[in-house]
Design a protein around this ligand. Structure first.
Ligand SMILES: NC(=O)c1ccc[n+]([C@@H]2O[C@H](COP(=O)([O-])OP(=O)(O)OC[C@H]3O[C@@H](n4cnc5c(N)ncnc54)[C@H](OP(=O)(O)O)[C@@H]3O)[C@@H](O)[C@H]2O)c1
Length: 363
């Protein structure tokens, strides 16, 4: 606590996506710690409501708002030039985001593009506007809010996951280039978090994704905010909020890369993975013990074929995407190479009494 206060008191922090959810929870904590904040979002009303609330928390709190679409590079350059001339900046938190889960065959092209424009390019434009200012001042800190979907690609998030992966790559490059010049870089990778975004996902996501999100532990925005601020104060590059989420995500990533991860993802079948939900909480210790997870089943030798996620031949044949192509899968089965590694053999021995995830689904 003392460390957070001494780190943030008197600092100026700009939070994109600051009017709601994780952004406003972070701003709340910052105001309590004595920082001044600028909140960025598109809609003026939620911004004004957040400003009122934050100013009510602490006498003399300095809260500014900026109505801005972060995906508009020209608008960002212009608005940020004025903002930085008004008040020097110490920390930029890139949190603006959207999520419209849909299976790839159903996703609207405009939505696929919008995810990239807001999540990835929104971060790029804001960072471009701020880095010269940090270099001039001799320091600063960049924070990107990624997701466990920055590490693991999962079912139902074809629009959301790619820009979150891209954010991870961008953050690593920025760290390499800017750390030697006194600028810190942190990427925060939350799993499902209780916010308006998640509520919206629960209304609109494919049923399989909803089921998974509902079955997993969901973080509070306050928990994510606290973890984020501690990571900045401690100069950490990467942080995954929640010990169980952290362990389960790491466990998944320890699977030997290509074959096993691919086959577990395929085996997820129609069950799988809300990006955050699956990437994280579902691989909890219970799932690890039982050998099943929302990614599907852990590698099991002898299991060489499995259904394509969420796809029957008929569903594929009827899908809008299928109508635009001249050939289709002959079968809804995918053959995965029978490759017996030492790790998969060990895993098979451990899991020999576990029920098959496919079998559970079939029931
Ligand atoms: N909730 C989760 O489960 C979860 C999990 C992992 C990661 N995350 C990430 O955490 C971040 C915050 O998510 P959240 O759950 O707090 O979402 P949220 O409650 O929906 O808030 C999203 C914020 O982003 C702003 N925003 C959206 N598009 C924008 C744009 N083009 N320009 C400027 N501001 C924009 C929104 O305001 P306007 O609509 O008024 O612009 C709002 O302030 C996102 O990057 C999200 O991907 C969320």
């Amino acid at each position: 606590m003392a460390r957070l206060e001494s780190h943030f008191a008197g600092k100026h922090v700009l939070v994109t996506g600051g009017s709601m959810g994780i952004g406003v929870a972070t701003a709340r904590r910052l105001v309590d710690l004595g920082a001044s904040v600028t909140l960025v979002a598109r809609r003026p009303e939620p911004l004004a409501a957040a400003k009122r609330e934050l100013e009510g928390r602490r006498p003399g709190a300095r809260v500014r708002t900026l109505s801005l679409d972060v995906s508009d590079d020209a608008a960002v350059a212009e608005a940020m030039a004025c903002e930085l001339a008004e008040q020097p900046l110490d920390v930029l938190i890139n949190g603006a985001g959207i999520a419209k889960p849909a299976e790839f065959v159903d996703a609207e092209p405009a939505d696929l593009r919008a995810h990239m424009d807001v999540i990835y390019f929104g971060t790029v434009w804001m960072t471009r506007a701020v880095v010269p200012h940090f270099l001039e001042r001799g320091g600063g800190h960049l924070v990107n809010i990624g997701s466990t979907a920055s590490l693991i690609g999962v079912y139902g998030y074809t629009g959301y996951t790619p820009p979150k992966f891209a954010l991870y790559g961008l953050s690593e490059v920025l760290r390499a280039e800017l750390a030697p010049r006194g600028i810190g870089v942190t990427i925060v990778l939350p799993s499902s978090t209780r916010t308006g975004m998640l509520e919206h996902e629960l209304e609109t996501a494919p049923p399989q994704t909803k089921a998974i999100i509902k079955s997993t532990r969901i973080l509070s925005a306050e928990k994510v905010a606290e973890t984020l601020l501690r990571a900045v104060a401690n100069g950490r590059f990467e942080v995954i909020p929640g010990l169980d989420v952290r362990l389960s995500t790491r466990a998944y990533l320890l699977l030997p890369a290509s074959d096993e991860r691919c086959s577990t993802a395929r085996r997820a079948g129609p069950q799988p993975a809300g990006a955050e939900a699956a990437a994280a909480s579902s691989l909890t210790s219970g799932a690890i013990r039982s050998g099943a997870s929302t990614f599907g089943e852990w590698p099991t030798p002898g299991m060489t074929s499995t259904r394509v996620p969420g796809t029957s031949s008929k569903a594929w044949a009827d899908s809008p995407a299928r109508k635009n192509v001249s050939c289709s899968p002959k079968t809804a089965k995918v053959r995965t190479p029978r490759r017996r590694t030492r790790a998969s053999s060990r895993s098979a021995r451990r899991n020999s009494s576990s029920p098959s995830f496919d079998a559970l689904y079939d029931a």
